[in-house]
Design a protein around this ligand. Structure first.
Ligand SMILES: [Cu+2]
Length: 149
């Protein structure tokens, strides 16, 4: 019984699909995962993160899921005539060795219909699905400013 328990724990810690943002050689490196506090509101929030494709071929980010929101969409930001427009995009292409950032004023991930407000200092899991690398789960920290690189 004890042996079985130890083995289960080892499997949990060594699972390649679970990461807290540390680099993962051979897949997609996911860093700077963060969101701003929503101050009690639950309508929407924005999630930012950086992706670096560490593989030899291109990959695509095709889906984002988080248990804290009903909807998670990838958006691009378009500035035209002093109007800022957001458009939903179906996927993001990740070329090998290239860093792609969801960041303030640019591409971002929109979380809608939150199940609870995002409180400063808390964190929540986010699962990213890639066409080739599969699913990778990371944690977003709720903070006021972007983390330094
Ligand atoms: Cu948006």
């Amino acid at each position: 019984m004890i042996k079985h328990f130890t083995l289960t724990l080892l499997l949990l810690f060594s699972s390649p699909s679970f990461s807290q943002g540390e680099p993962e050689n051979g897949t997609i490196e996911i860093t700077n995962v963060w969101s701003r506090p929503t101050g009690g509101r639950t309508m929407s929030a924005v999630l930012y993160l950086a992706l670096t494709n560490k593989m030899t071929g291109a990959d695509k980010l095709i889906a984002i899921d988080t248990p804290i929101a009903e909807i998670a969409e990838m958006h691009s930001t378009v500035h035209s005539n002093n109007i800022v427009l957001m458009r939903a995009v179906d996927f993001i292409t990740l070329e090998p060795g290239v860093r792609f950032e969801f960041k303030t004023g640019g591409h971002h991930i929109m979380l809608m219909k939150l199940h609870q407000p995002l409180a400063l200092g808390a964190r929540f899991p986010v699962t990213l699905t890639f066409e080739n690398a599969g699913k990778i789960t990371v944690y977003s920290t709720i903070r006021k400013r972007a983390p330094s690189q």
